[in-house]
Structure formats: C-alpha cells, structure tokens
Design a protein around this ligand. Structure first.
Ligand SMILES: NC(=O)c1ccc[n+]([C@@H]2O[C@H](COP(=O)([O-])OP(=O)(O)OC[C@H]3O[C@@H](n4cnc5c(N)ncnc54)[C@H](OP(=O)(O)O)[C@@H]3O)[C@@H](O)[C@H]2O)c1
Length: 251
C-alpha cells in the first residue's frame, strides 16, 4: 500500500470471507479502525483484535441502520464504507427460477442500498465520507450464465453513477469497485475457465489503493477490464458472435 491511508474508521460488509475479508484485514493492518459485517458471526470473530465484529444480514434495512448507529457510537464516524456483501450462482436456461433472481437482486443491490441509506444522512450532516461498493465487470454487459447476477451488478454501477454528482455536492465521495475473476468461495463453483484469475489479497490491495487515490471506478485486472470495455462497444452482431465463441465455445 502506498503511504498512509486517508481514513480513520471503515465499515466493510461481506467481511467473513473472500475479498471483503482481505480488505478488512489490510485496512486494520494499516491502522484503520475497522468494523466488519456478514451473517456468519463466528467467522468475523477470527479477524483479529483490531476489528469490531458486527454480524448483519444486509437484506434487513432496519438492521443496517442500527449497525451504522452501533459502529459510530463505538468507533466514531465511519469515513469509509466498502460494501462488499454479495452472492452469486450461475443461471442455466433449464432452471430459470425467479426466486433466484430476486435473491440476488435483494442481496447484491438492495443490500448496498440499505447500507447507503443508513450511512448517507450521517455523512451528509458531517459534509464528508467515502462510500464504495463492490459491483463487478459482469455488470458491464449481459453475459451467458449471468442472467441473475449480472443485472444486480449493472444496477450497482448505475447506482454509483446516479449518486456521484449529488453526493459530491454534499462532500461525500462515491466509488464503485469492479473486479474481474478473484479466487474466493464465490467463484469456486464456476465450471468454466476464468481468465486473469486473481488472489483475494491482490484484489484487496488494488481496491484499497484505488479508493485511497480517490478514483470513481476501481477496476482490475487492467488488461481484462480494457478487453471487456472494448467488447462492450462492438455492434451487437459482432458482440454476440464473440461472446458465444468465448463463453459457449460456439464455432
Ligand atoms: N470473486 C470474484 O471473482 C468477484 C468478481 C467481481 C465481483 N465480486 C463481488 O465481490 C464481493 C465479494 O465477493 P467474494 O468473491 O469475496 O465472495 P465471498 O467470499 O462469497 O464473500 C461474500 C461475502 O458476502 C457475505 N454475504 C452474503 N450474503 C450476505 C447478506 N445477506 N448479508 C450480509 N453479508 C452477506 C458473505 O458472508 P456470510 O455468508 O457470512 O453472510 C461473505 O462475507 C461480492 O459482492 C461479489 O459479487 C466478486
């Protein structure tokens, strides 16, 4: 990590495993007071002494508001939030279950909205703070098997773009983190090749560095991001041909 970090107190959700856990650990190691949330209270206890465990289901809006009150009363004002709680399951055409779509939207999208609703009024009253959430490069465009997950991540990117200008007027910074493939329990279920697969330690380091640099979009790995952004600009016939070849192995 380059230099001292600009935050005193951070709240990380999705901190029991994977990217969120690494972000919580690295922030704490750099001297930031960290509150860590996820549903698995037992896993949060193992994050170490410098980390306050705040068990929470982000789909419960009232619980998110109470969690923010609780953290701020114990650790002081939250000046960075990294909202990473999320879930994923690949969807196949043979099992289009609306409940699965709803679950992913409720957890991935409304989970972030619930936390932002608890945080934003307090940050606005102070005229400072940094709100960030983990979307995904899967939110850049529709991709095979991502029919339930992709829209929840596209919604998070749109949420960040929508809130950025007004939040800035109130002194609040907004950032969206868009990782490529990271080796975590979430991606362990994938049965397809994951190009440019990263370790969670590296993903956390890049997330923190990007946030500390004040970037709106923190996206990695760079080469994968550049390829995907170029693909997104193709006319649809070319786009579908390329995606079908790359993901469905169509000839
Ligand atoms: N891994 C990747 O390749 C990748 C790529 C792009 C984006 N992302 C995004 O990065 C974030 C972290 O993913 P990860 O790969 O680190 O996955 P992970 O290891 O499965 O972590 C997901 C975290 O979210 C928590 N969580 C899930 N549902 C929750 C709920 N209702 N309330 C509170 N916490 C909840 C989980 O803890 P509990 O089960 O204990 O609640 C866990 O701490 C997710 O938003 C994911 O979509 C991941």
């Amino acid at each position: 990590m380059a230099g001292p970090l600009p935050w005193k107190t951070a709240w990380v959700t999705g901190a029991s495993t994977g990217i969120g856990r690494e972000i919580a650990l690295q922030l704490a190691a750099a001297g930031v007071k960290v509150a860590a949330s996820a549903r698995s209270a037992d896993k949060l206890q193992h994050l170490g002494q410098g980390v306050m465990a705040v068990p929470l289901d982000v789909t419960d809006g009232d619980a998110c508001r109470r969690a923010v009150e609780n953290i701020e009363s114990k650790l002081g004002p939250i000046d960075l939030a990294v909202l990473g709680a999320g879930t994923y399951r690949p969807v196949s055409l043979d099992e289009l279950d609306p409940a699965e779509f709803s679950h992913m939207m409720t957890t991935n999208y409304m989970g972030v909205v619930n936390c932002v609703a608890g945080l934003a009024p307090r940050m606005a009253a102070r005229g400072s703070g940094h709100l960030s959430w983990i979307a995904s490069v899967a939110g850049y465009m529709g991709l095979p098997k991502a029919a339930a997950y992709g829209p929840s991540k596209a919604a998070l990117i749109s949420l960040a773009e929508s809130l950025y200008p007004e939040m800035k007027q109130r002194g609040i910074r907004v950032s969206v983190i868009n990782p490529g493939f990271v080796e975590t329990p979430l991606t362990a279920q994938n049965d397809f090749a994951m190009p440019f697969l990263m370790k969670p330690e590296e993903a956390a380091r890049r997330s923190i560095d990007g946030l500390a640099a004040g970037r709106f979009e923190v996206a990695y790995p760079r080469r994968f991001v550049a390829i995907l952004k170029a693909v997104r600009l193709l006319p649809y016939p070319m786009f579908f041909r390329l995606i079908s070849r790359a993901v469905l192995k169509e000839r």
